[in-house]
Design a protein around this ligand. Structure first.
Ligand code: ADP
Ligand code: MG
Length: 292
């Protein structure tokens, strides 16, 4: 493409809130086959809120939430914000945790009132040898609604369930339809459970889902697609997705993400609106067509 046509395209993009880093990013984006999308903060608002607190053992709901909040006070995960805000709203007793430990991709652990407590996903419970079969149906129901369900264990026993929901951005469904329309194969990649991810994907018409993946797994997925001969764009937010953004042929950062993510991005969506990807794709292809 001529420098002039690239300038016109990036200028139009910028007006629409899509920052395209350079000519190379524009050219590469015209050739992308597959778009990998993170779920939390990319498809969804990224601000989950507490929806359910279920007591299972001999402690009540308020105690379940208070223990969960005690652990989450040490965490920087978006799930922690949801639980802490929920605990504040319901005005439960404030407890403090010691020996806090964040288990990446699984949850949090600590000691409260001298007893070991843990909050996280099924894998965390498995690691601790805690059986969750008795609540399988309950968990499945929550996950089928697109909610993220977490298990609370206290003193080595299952004590409760805490669930949160993160709203899908208003613009996401339309953007996914249009992205399919401009010829992109779409894959959702998330650290969340398969069932929750499937529920969100179903609502959006996304038919390929990789769930339970770590940030490194996301980068591996891109390498895998590259090895199959596909050119890949990855859209994600936050520090977590930086490895995948860097691994992709075109990294697309949500403008709301951390600077580290934006730095490794060829495209930045200023308002985190996925329709910007459609715009970038159309501009990229039009620019490249003009020079052939
Ligand atoms: P993502 O950021 O893609 O949602 P993560 O890899 O950070 O996924 O976490 C995967 C899963 O591990 C979460 O869906 C949750 O079940 C569990 N988890 C991670 N961090 C926490 C936390 N601070 N509190 C409770 N559960 C957590
Ligand atoms: Mg994440």
């Amino acid at each position: 493409a001529t420098p002039m046509s690239i300038m016109v395209a990036t200028g139009r993009g910028a007006q629409a809130g899509v920052l395209i880093r350079d000519a190379e990013a524009l050219e590469r984006f015209a050739k992308v086959d597959v778009l990998v999308l993170d779920k939390t903060g990319t498809l969804t608002e990224g601000r989950p809120s507490l929806t359910e607190v279920i007591a299972l053992g001999d402690i009540g709901e308020d105690r379940v939430l208070a223990l969960a909040a005690a652990l989450e006070r040490g965490s920087e995960h978006p799930l922690a914000d949801a639980i802490l805000s929920g605990a504040e709203e319901r005005d439960v007793e404030r407890l403090d945790a010691t020996d806090f430990d964040a288990v990446t991709g699984k949850g949090v652990r600590g000691t409260v009132d001298g007893a070991p407590v843990a909050l996280g996903n099924a894998r965390l419970m498995e690691d601790m040898g805690i059986n969750v079969a008795q609540v399988e149906t309950q968990i499945a129901e929550l996950q089928d609604e697109g909610k993220t369900a977490m298990f609370l264990a206290a003193e080595g026993r299952l004590a409760g369930i805490v669930a949160v929901a993160d709203r899908i951005k208003e613009t996401t469904a339309g953007a996914i339809r249009d992205l399919h329309g401009v010829g992109l194969r779409i894959v959702m990649a998330t650290g969340d459970s398969q069932r929750t991810a499937d529920a969100v994907a179903r609502k959006l018409g996304i038919d390929e889902v990789r769930a339970g993946v770590s940030p490194e797994d996301k980068a591996d997925l891109i390498a895998e697609l590259n090895a199959e001969g596909f050119s890949v764009a990855m859209a994600g937010d936050g520090v977590n997705d930086a490895p995948a953004l860097a691994a992709a042929d075109v990294g697309i950062a949500m403008g709301t993400g951390a600077d580290v993510a934006v730095e490794s991005a060829g495209v930045t969506l200023v308002k985190g609106d996925l329709r910007g990807i459609v715009r970038a794709r159309v501009l990229a292809q039009a620019t490249m067509r003009n020079i052939r």
